[in-house]
Design a protein around this ligand. Structure first.
Ligand code: CDP
Length: 201
């Protein structure tokens, strides 16, 4: 039986951490859909055409080790405004959402476009400053020398591009639980998401 959990929200709000934790808790599969756009963005930085790259995307492309950089994140949000790029990635995501045994997908348009009939929809957010600080620490741990100010500027620019685009803009789905993690620990945020899912099972 399928059971879809849609987790959307802006950059570095905690979607990934929450998604991985609830997927492990309920034994669901997890898809970080940002990786699809990051993989296409990385190929564009290497000179590929965005639409061709999206249409030819393979599972191995999601394993590339450069996908978490700030440069690739910006490239991802630029290819993500192209309707043909998004269209090329829809079937894979919908099939994943409806696989047997349950699935958690995190991204920007999971509850609105990819899986509007998801059993649970959560929109995870936090203030831009808190999100930038979290992403700054993650990037630093991965060896980046970017300043906190530069990370904040990046996050704000990417949020604006994701929110203002015409196709599948980032916004809470109807009926989504809004989870503002600005003042929450990871454990508190995971517990809130776990409760919301448990209530629907
Ligand atoms: O990890 P973070 O939240 O910073 O970003 P991500 O989830 O890896 O997504 C990278 C970029 O891909 C976003 O800024 C969006 O532009 C795009 N994206 C999207 O348009 N739709 C999705 N479902 C997932 C990501």
């Amino acid at each position: 039986m399928s059971f879809a959990v849609a987790i959307d929200g802006p950059a570095a709000a905690g979607k990934g951490t929450i998604s991985r934790a609830v997927a492990a808790h309920f034994g669901f599969a997890h898809l970080d859909t940002g990786l699809l756009y990051r993989a296409v963005g990385a190929k564009v930085l290497e000179g590929a055409d965005a639409i061709e790259a999206a249409e030819a995307l393979r599972a191995e492309d999601l394993q590339a080790d450069n996908l978490r950089t700030a440069e690739v994140a910006q490239a991802a949000s630029k290819v993500a405004v192209i309707p043909e790029v998004r269209a090329a990635l829809v079937d894979f995501q919908r099939a994943f959402a409806r696989r047997d045994g349950g699935a958690v997908l995190d991204g920007r348009d999971i509850g609105t476009v990819i899986c509007p009939d998801a059993e649970v929809k959560i929109f995870v957010t936090a203030s831009a400053e808190v999100r930038a600080k979290r992403r700054f620490l993650e990037l630093q741990a991965a060896g980046s020398t970017m300043s906190l100010e530069a990370v904040l500027a990046d996050v704000v620019a990417r949020d604006a591009r994701d929110r203002d685009r015409a196709t599948a803009p980032m916004k809470p789905a109807e009926g989504a639980l809004i989870l503002d993690t600005s003042e929450m620990t990871i454990d508190e945020a995971v517990a809130a998401a776990t409760r919301a899912i448990a209530a629907r099972r």
